[in-house]
Design a binder for this molecule. Structure first.
Ligand SMILES: C[S@@+](CC[C@H](N)C(=O)[O-])C[C@H]1O[C@@H](n2cnc3c(N)ncnc32)[C@H](O)[C@@H]1O
Length: 221
């Protein structure tokens, strides 16, 4: 069985989004030119919508790259009165992200931390009500174990690329070099979906996105 990543659908959906601001456009073009893997505009728009809907204030992102998804998140934080903390281990990308944050006028709403999320997460001592993971796919299970206790009751955990080109679906054609990553993503999804502290749905959207809500012991189902 071969699963096709629906680029044509993505392109069509993008036409429905309307005009984006010139800075986001510039970043999309730059990312494309340098093959920096940033979220699609549809996903950026969805993240922005989720932050608005959840009125999220404390927002955490793992995987900044040049700050494209961070800007979508921070634009929503402008309205919710929130703040975005974003982590990336790539020095050069972090430096470029800071310039984009300044240019977007969002520098006061974003704290960029440079380093390995697996080292930074254990020393973060704040609760987050929105967490977006978009870093090394083979490390997702590690992030998950480090992030669980940082998510506030009622908070959202959103994870990108969880279906990785559809290859996570058993029986699909995987290029052997991705075996490890795909198996890691399967274990990650099993773990997340079986965790009774969260209610999770996996959307076959973009490259696959999981959306989980941390149950509030007091008032949830
Ligand atoms: C897919 S890109 C992030 C794209 C960004 N979220 C966007 O859509 O604009 C993944 C990023 O994760 C970073 N990364 C990979 N492993 C990491 C780790 N262990 N800790 C922190 N960042 C990591 C990489 O340097 C890379 O810039």
């Amino acid at each position: 069985m071969v699963l096709f990543y629906p680029f044509e659908m993505e392109q069509y959906l993008e036409t429905l989004l309307g005009e984006r601001d010139p800075l986001l456009r510039e970043m999309e073009e730059q990312a494309l030119k340098e093959t920096i893997p940033v979220v699609t505009p549809m996903i950026g728009n969805f993240l922005n919508l989720l932050v608005h809907m959840g009125k999220a204030q404390a927002i955490l992102e793992i995987g900044t790259a040049i700050g494209y998804s961070t800007i979508w998140l921070a634009r929503a934080a402008e309205t919710t009165g929130g703040h975005v903390t974003t982590i990336d281990l790539n020095k050069d990308r972090c430096a470029r992200a800071l310039i984009y944050f300044e240019r977007a006028g969002l520098q006061n709403l974003i704290t960029a931390l440079e380093g390995d999320a697996r080292k930074i997460l254990p020393v973060l001592n704040s609760r987050f009500d929105f967490v977006f993971i978009d870093a090394a796919k083979g490390e997702y299970l590690e992030y998950l174990n480090l992030i669980y206790h940082l998510i506030a009751p009622g908070g959202l955990l959103v994870v990108d690329n969880v279906l990785f080109r559809g290859w996570v679906v058993p029986g699909s054609a995987i290029t052997p070099k991705y075996d490890r990553m795909v198996n890691g993503l399967r274990r990650f999804l099993d773990d997340l979906c079986q965790n009774r502290d969260f209610i999770t749905t996996v959307l076959p959207f973009g490259d696959g996105m999981s959306v989980s809500r941390r149950l509030n012991a007091k008032c949830d189902i």
